[in-house]
Design a protein around this ligand. Structure first.
Ligand code: FAD
Length: 297
């Protein structure tokens, strides 16, 4: 498997700032991501050094150019899962896999919600966010994966290790998966429903779902995998401590797992570019120190 010293997830301000520091320090660094949210069409009025407003798109383009000047491998590729390995972390993406000695999470906060009214009532009683953590509890049982993208497809395929009774529900969205993933789902007999789940039902744990048209389907488990994998999903598979939706990190951006750092909105201190950039720099500094220690330098 391809190996890098530092893998950064997310090409927003936090990730790009970390990439600039890691690249300048001569670390073999890859930064994974696509369609940075900040690259939307809003303008930024309060970031130091730009007396005239700058668009998010331009700020990110400048950050990408700067990181690439320092030899950072910048890839348009979304991360599906991160798992600990004997000597680092295996990062599975839509395109392939890469192993990092250290990982910096800079994924921002996900604002995508499935819109199921009583979802939180069933968390831990049928609703899960992590196949590698909870798939085992659904051996031979009927499960639904909620999501429209490759992340959902990958979660559904992973669930086959535990049960053949898997289907995907896109919550009314058009499936956004590559033909390769669509055919893997078809081969595995995983159906993709384009209906919308309105609520979950069941007296003592989950027994099924009610769709917005009033129809019902039995199911023992529901795995949420909307949009792309985010901080919460990586926190679950890596065993990171969270505070609500945010990842806990100390003042050196170190999480509770050695070698894993978090920066920017996913840490949730003050959701601003200046803070994300500062935390990205600190996370890179900590990751560089860790990688050097691990390799005895
Ligand atoms: P993000 O900018 O969210 O970047 C995270 C990146 O990680 C995203 O590109 C995301 O696609 C990517 N990612 C997530 N999951 C994966 C995955 N599985 N694989 C690969 N990549 C992944 N702040 C200001 O300072 N000034 C402003 O004027 C301002 N205006 C704003 C206006 C709006 C409408 C919004 C929504 C925010 C605004 N903010 C502003 C806040 C600012 O955008 C954030 O604080 C900042 O972008 C945080 O940077 P980040 O790198 O932590 O996260």
């Amino acid at each position: 498997m391809e190996k890098k010293q530092i893998v950064i997830i997310g090409q927003g301000p936090a990730g790009l700032s970390a990439a600039i520091y890691a690249g300048r320090a001569g670390m073999e660094t890859v930064i994974l991501g696509c369609d940075p949210k900040v690259a939307g069409d809003y303008t930024i009025d309060n970031y130091f050094g730009f007396p005239e407003p700058i668009t998010g798109k331009e700020l990110i383009e400048r950050g990408v150019a700067q990181a690439s000047r320092f030899g950072v491998d910048i890839r348009c590729d979304r991360v599906l899962a991160v798992h600990p390995e004997a000597e680092g972390f295996r990062v599975k993406t839509e395109i392939g896999e890469v192993e990092g000695r250290a990982v910096i999470l800079a994924t921002g906060v996900s604002r995508v919600k499935p819109g199921i009214e009583n979802l939180s009532d069933y968390e831990g009683k049928g609703v899960s966010y992590c196949v590698s953590c909870d798939g085992f509890f659904y051996r031979g049982r009927k499960v639904l994966v909620v999501g429209e993208g490759i992340f959902a497809a990958n979660q559904a395929l992973e669930l086959l290790q535990y049960t053949p009774l898997v289907s995907i529900c896109t919550q009314g969205k058009a499936p956004d998966m590559t033909p390769a993933f669509m055919s893997r789902l078809e081969e595995a007999d995983i159906s993709v429903l384009e209906s919308k789940i309105a609520a979950i039902e069941g007296e003592d744990g989950m027994a099924g779902v009610v769709f917005s048209d009033g129809s019902r389907q039995t199911a023992d488990g529901l795995f949420v995998a909307m949009g792309q994998a985010g901080a919460a999903d990586f926190a679950a598979s890596l065993g990171l401590v969270k505070s609500g939706v945010f990842i806990e990190a100390d003042d050196m951006q170190q999480t509770n797992v050695p070698g894993v750092y978090a920066a920017g909105d996913c840490v949730g201190r003050f959701l601003q570019i200046s803070v994300a950039v500062g935390e990205g720099a600190i996370a890179a500094r900590s990751a560089i120190k860790y990688v050097k220690q691990q390799s005895g330098k």
